[in-house]
Design a protein around this ligand. Structure first.
Ligand code: PMV
Length: 314
């Protein structure tokens, strides 16, 4: 084993959340400058491996009888590496994890944590993993945390490229034109698995209506992938607005999201929608240029966003 590290980016879903769970296409993009990091350091004096989650201020020995709840996702990722990828030594190393991705806000923190850890540990063991393997193993961890995830989060974060994603299909990388997005965080934490379950329950009561909405969302995602390739920012804005109306209809928006979306649009966004599971978490807006994006980001903070940032595609 050698000392090394791995990182993974945040992500946002531009089009198609929820519908993607039912086989429709969706588009996700990485946010490369917001990342989770994991570092492996070798220390011969350590008996059982030490696991440290820096932001959570939690440290534990890997052979402890029980773990603090907050560190369980880290332990699960280590176990997966040990059981399915490469046997890890029983002594002499420490894994430290830290992150700029807020937890439970639809920015992919759980997938990024798994992927940063898989990258760090496999590199430490000098074991090469293909992108396909990384997607496969990180998906196994996502399933432990979220029940029935579509796989979009761990796929976009593994590839770190804009993708058109469809369950059980090869993801297609999108060569996008240049575009500025603004993300606003409501500060409200949500559990993706719970919201996906609520949507499933509502769909069971009214399957035709939900299937119709999901297929409309799928059409928007397909059109969105063409507009991204063309760098057609106005079309992207229009499609985001349309996608958001459909997300309202499946009842995954919230007053906090609506407030930030309204502010973004009033302050110049060409379109905006919630992103991720909804009922909290984040919204995303598209801006005509970097200056407009900066103005929208600061207006979101004034309107009560817990945080906001801009991200440039390409
Ligand atoms: O984890 P989030 O909040 O980005 O939501 C993922 C998107 C969903 O479509 C709601 C769920 C899924 O597994 O695709």
């Amino acid at each position: 084993m050698i000392s090394t590290h791995g990182t993974a980016s945040a992500k946002i879903i531009l089009f198609g959340e929820h519908a993607v769970v039912y086989g429709q296409p969706a588009i996700a993009i990485p946010i490369q400058d917001v990342r989770t990091s994991a570092a492996v350091s070798i220390d011969a004096s350590i008996s059982a491996p030490i696991i440290e989650a820096k932001d959570l201020k939690v440290e534990t020995a890997l052979d402890a009888a029980t773990y603090p709840e907050a560190i369980v996702p880290i332990i699960k990722a280590i176990e997966l590496v040990h059981q399915k990828i490469v046997k890890l030594p029983k002594t002499g190393w420490r894994l430290t994890v830290w992150s700029k991705i807020p937890i439970g806000r639809g920015l992919g923190s759980s997938a990024a944590t798994s992927i940063a850890i898989i990258r760090a540990l496999t590199r430490a063991m000098m074991k090469f993993l293909s992108p396909k393997d990384l997607i496969k193993y990180s998906f196994e961890i996502e399933k432990l945390h979220h029940g029935t995830p579509s796989g979009i989060d761990n796929t976009v974060i593994s590839l770190e490229k804009p993708i058109l994603f469809r369950k059980d299909h090869e993801p297609a990388a999108i060569q996008s034109g240049s575009m500025f997005f603004v993300v606003g965080d409501t500060g409200v934490t949500k559990k993706t698995g719970d919201i996906v379950a609520q949507v499933a329950e509502a769909k069971a009561k009214d399957p035709d209506q939900y299937d119709h909405i999901f297929s409309q969302i799928g059409t928007i995602a397909r059109q969105g992938s063409l507009a991204l390739k063309d760098g057609d920012v106005k079309k992207i804005g229009k499609l985001m607005n349309e996608n958001h109306i459909l997300l309202q209809r499946i009842q995954v928006s919230s007053s906090e999201l609506e407030n930030l979306i309204d502010v973004a649009k009033t302050k110049g966004a060409l379109g905006a929608k919630l992103c991720g599971a909804g009922k909290g978490g984040c919204m995303v807006a598209v801006a005509k240029d970097g200056t407009a994006a900066g103005i929208i980001a600061s207006e979101l903070i004034k309107a009560g966003a817990a945080r906001s940032f801009t991200t440039k595609l390409k």
